[in-house]
Design a binder for this molecule. Sequence first.
Ligand code: ARG
Length: 243
Amino acid sequence: MKKFLCLAAGLLMIVSLAACTSKKDELVMATNAEFQPYEYHQGDKIVGIDVEICQAIADDLGKDLVIEDMAFDSVITSVYTGKADLGVAGLTITEDRLKNVNFSDPYTIATQVIIVKDDSDIASPDDLVGKTIGVQLGTTGDLYAEDIEDAVLERYNKGFEAVQALSQGKIDAVIIDNEPAKVYVSQNDGLKIVDEAFTYEEYAIAIAKDNTQLLNEVNASIAKLKESGKLDEIINKYISSDN
Ligand code: ARG
């Protein structure tokens, strides 16, 4: 009996020790929470489509999600230097970025659009020649604007600052992703989106090149989210189909 008690006590100790050490691994998401509806501040929380997708992936992998908010042009760097596991910031897959990181399978598509004042004479991408254009530093909008003939480029740390400059008449147009553009136009009087969009882009999750295991796991999770309808559910929660 004594022997049994000892054994039981010993077992109990092992079990409780295991419980203590079984703190879940973390999954660190690098983002720039200036990009509604994908990632933005709501009170003291960071919410949005990307946050919910990442939370679902973390749940699927049995990990705790940790969100690191930073400047947009630090997101990819923090992934390839290993400071973060995932870069999730409405990131468009580009050739240039693929030199530094891997991308997961795309989880959604987007376009770059032009925001102008209601009375602007800019009606298509061709009309941007020679204009002053605002972009968020390091984004694909920045990349495209560079190619526009005789244009003057104003780079801002936040998309919102570019939109503010447009409202104040300091610049002629803003090039930015379509969904954040809709949010900005709905929140600021006197602005509109030019009908003609001028790119097609895919958003995906950036992962360090040497972390192929995580890449495979994330792709498997994304596939599950697509199949179960959960991905659509998350997107539809933030984006209404009628706008
Ligand atoms: N899709 C664009 C890009 O990859 C803009 C992303 C901006 N994202 C953000 N969270 N600020 O360059």
